[in-house]
Design a protein around this ligand. Sequence first.
Ligand SMILES: Cc1cc2nc3c(=O)[nH]c(=O)nc-3n(C[C@H](O)[C@H](O)[C@H](O)COP(=O)(O)O)c2cc1C
Length: 308
Amino acid sequence: MKKILVVHYSQSGQLNDVTKHFTQPLADHPAIEVTFEAIAPVKPYPFPWPFFTFFDTFPESVYLDPPEMQPCGISGDENFDLVILAYQVWFLSPSLPITGFLKSDTAKKLLNGKPVVTLIVCRNMWLMAQEEVKNILDEYGAKLVGNVALTDECGSAMSFFSTPLWVLTGNKGPRLGGLIPKAGVAPEAIKASKRFGERICQRLTDNVVIDETLLRNLEAVDVNERLIASEKTARRGFKIWGRLIRSMSPSGDPKRKPILLIYALFLIFFICTFIPLSVLIKAAVAPFTKVRVKKQKYYFEQPSGFRD
Ligand SMILES: Cc1cc2nc3c(=O)[nH]c(=O)nc-3n(C[C@H](O)[C@H](O)[C@H](O)COP(=O)(O)O)c2cc1C
């Protein structure tokens, strides 16, 4: 019997829905035992998010400050053949509940020497978050054998509006007669994620070695090369603002509100000016940076890639 652990957390249910379709072929297979671990912080994060709580989560997300977590159903001594870590991105970082899990002693014991597949479901900026997750996996001696990233169907520009509106109101839209499209991952993409479970099933039951080829040629990730530099720049800015806000007052302190408001206004200004400007500049210099950007795209697409 092959044993798989699936670690997941979701606020709206979207990530759980993807996880369900992804793992269905595994759960249905008689020779595979799947353990689902729905992790939860002691103090739940609200959904929909009140404005200040949303921004108040930003410094701790960026600095990977683990929240206190409810006890897990696993001890860390179990021996799984594969761990699937399903997570969403908060402020270009793994969401805080996932950080809480990853930074626990249980995760440290559990992941040591284990093959891991990451399943990211987010708006569409996940590269920096995955770098943080990769660092932790490396530190624990785990081996990343696959990565799947499902992103919002309306694309990077419109999702800057549709996703925040969704998480702040709980309503996916569409809004303004379709001017702001519906937020979230396309239902067809969610259903189609069962192809990854099928491949894992096949590899595990054929007793093939589980390595980085596990999810190749399945369109697992499609890195938007125009966003690579934006993510790097935004990440640097997030670190500076995060350090400043964290040094002023702790999370939840009403004294944080003025600086959070300034930060929120800065962020809106940044999104409306810097990101479109940098996309334009990048398009203009593209002929000169083609080789470098291609290398970066290849790096971020590992280990699963799009198609060969
Ligand atoms: C506080 C917060 C910050 C977020 N930051 C990002 C981000 O930096 N990049 C991104 O692609 N998506 C971001 N998202 C969208 C989430 O990754 C995710 O798609 C959405 O919250 C739905 O996840 P759920 O299954 O937990 O409901 C953010 C969402 C929240 C609530």
